[in-house]
Design a protein around this ligand. Sequence first.
Ligand code: HEM
Length: 117
Amino acid sequence: MPYEAYKVLHLTGLILTFLGLGGILLRSRDQGPSRFGLVLHGLGMLALLVAGFGLLARLGLNWPWPGWVWAKLGVWLLVGALPTMHKKGILPLALGWLVAGGAGVAAAWLGVAPKPF
Ligand code: HEM
């Protein structure tokens, strides 16, 4: 698959992930998780990861990965953990929204900015 196709898939994954996350975080813990939100979030996370590795391959970035790739994987793990953190009440709702937004901005910066590390 060409670089551009991986990028479209990566951005599709980003949109699905954060749409799902929005649906999940709009419900209180007592209401229980939004099933549709969880499905969107799961599909989006998978697309983000697969396309992320596709992009790396097309950029010729092999092992050992540069630091920004590890940082993106960290952000990906954090975004993946947010629904469980919300369900278990580890993260207050307002903080959940803040972390989700911050994580998205951080991952985008890491992907777009001239690679700082
Ligand atoms: C929450 C997780 C993530 C978000 C929100 C995210 C977001 C983005 C965005 C907005 C871009 C820029 C796309 C553009 O140029 O138009 C990008 C590029 C990229 N991302 Fe991610 N990403 C995430 C996770 C990952 C992961 C886990 C990997 C690696 C396995 C990855 C690898 C890449 C690569 C290689 C690029 C292309 C960089 C370049 O063209 O120089 N991303 N990402």
